[in-house]
Design a protein around this ligand. Structure first.
Ligand code: MG
Length: 377
């Protein structure tokens, strides 16, 4: 199905099939014809095409599986999304199976966010991206009903949204490497992946071209705590802001040892999933990276940000490869965080929404209700 048909017609059929509209519910007499007073969930797989292949150690990936979700209530539609990079353990089959089990038509009040999450947890554990897709659609729907974007509902100042980082990786070809570095010029922070060979070569190549601050994601790649500490000192001299997940997520004692000595903040990513992980992270990390596809969406992500800040921790906001739907949902939280890594929609070639923009390197939240997206026709 092409994206136009999916967004404009296909979903309506699915809505009808998943949950027939009923006008027999209590109170319907006062409602205009066609308003069901019930939540109707529908969904459709949508594969994300990557602009540039991800080169991994053993293979190459050119797509990310995704599922697009719509939640309808009284004619208002909220949009949501699940993105499933393979390493997180969810896929199109698991997400559609989970969503098929949900009966959201039992909720006549869409504002029962807490109860809807409790219900989703009761249906099956895990399935975090699947739950996030419903949560995002629900927030979009509620924001539209209230006619306000979520940053306003949360009382946040959009001016306080940080710059986003833009990720580049090592390339053995010096000309290609230089081209990649020059492409980061619109951004105020460059994120680099480390933990492989060539870590220092990559930093030196960047510093030959630009003084732009860098942040480093080691993706658990540093195995020796003394070498990790040496890298932190080296990076501190290279205008690095922080180091994300330097060591294995299970190496809590070594990470705590490193945190005590590192001149740079140490941020948890692979270690982090959901709210209970925030207190655990406080033992060994200076901050956390929150991603909606791991946190089950915006509701819990907000709680995680509040808890982390109350514990004096730094907060970073990340994403997967996502359309502007998921990234715009995340951007609503941006004024609460210290750093953002919201480049997921820039990495795909087949976005189906207009939403959050990066303006002069800064996360710029759409001035529209809900999560701020409109489907691209
Ligand atoms: Mg990371």
């Amino acid at each position: 199905m092409n994206r136009r048909n999916f967004l404009k017609t296909g979903m309506l059929g699915a809505i009808m099939a998943a949950s027939p509209i009923s006008l027999s519910a209590i109170g319907e007499a006062t409602k205009p014809v066609g308003k069901s007073g019930r939540l109707n969930l529908s969904f459709q797989p949508y594969e994300l095409q990557l602009r540039h292949a991800f080169n991994l150690a053993r293979n190459q990936r050119t797509t990310t599986p995704g599922v697009q979700v719509q939640l309808e209530y009284d004619g208002v539609i909220g949009y949501g999304e699940a993105s499933m990079p393979p390493y997180l353990g969810e896929n199109v089959a698991s997400v559609t199976e989970f969503l098929s089990k949900l009966d959201l038509s039992q909720f006549s009040d869409p504002f029962r966010i807490e109860e809807i999450h409790e219900y989703m947890e009761s249906v099956a554990p895990n399935n975090r991206a699947a739950k996030a897709s419903v949560d995002i659609a629900l927030h979009d729907l509620l924001g539209k009903i209230m006619n306000q974007p979520w940053y306003k509902i949360w009382g946040l100042n959009p001016e306080k949204a940080p710059n986003t980082s833009y990720t580049i990786s090592y390339n053995a070809d010096p000309a290609e490497m230089r081209k990649q570095i020059e492409e980061t010029s619109p951004y105020k922070v460059i994120k680099i992946k480390m933990g492989l060979d060539h870590d220092k070569e990559l930093v030196e190549a960047i510093r030959r071209v630009t003084d732009t601050p860098i942040c480093v994601d080691a993706n658990q790649g540093w195995t020796d705590k003394n070498k990790a500490l040496e890298m932190c000192h080296y990076l501190a001299d290279k205008n690095c802001l922080f180091v994300e997940q330097p060591m294995d997520k299970e190496a809590i004692d070594d990470t705590a040892w490193l945190r005590e000595r590192s001149p740079l903040p140490i941020i948890a990513d692979e270690f982090m999933q959901r709210l209970p992980d925030v207190r655990r992270a406080a033992q060994a990390y200076d901050g956390i990276n929150i991603k909606l596809m791991k946190s089950t969406g915006m509701h819990e992500a907000y709680k995680m940000a509040v808890l982390a800040k109350s514990l004096g921790m730094k907060v970073m906001l990340g994403c997967m490869t996502e359309t502007s739907c998921g990234v715009s949902a995340a951007s609503q939280l941006a004024p609460m965080v210290d750093w953002a890594d919201l480049d997921g929609n820039l990495l795909i070639a087949n976005d189906i929404f207009d939403g959050m923009k990066i303006v002069d390197g800064k996360v710029t939240i759409p001035d529209r209700p809900g999560i701020g997206v409109v489907p691209l026709a």
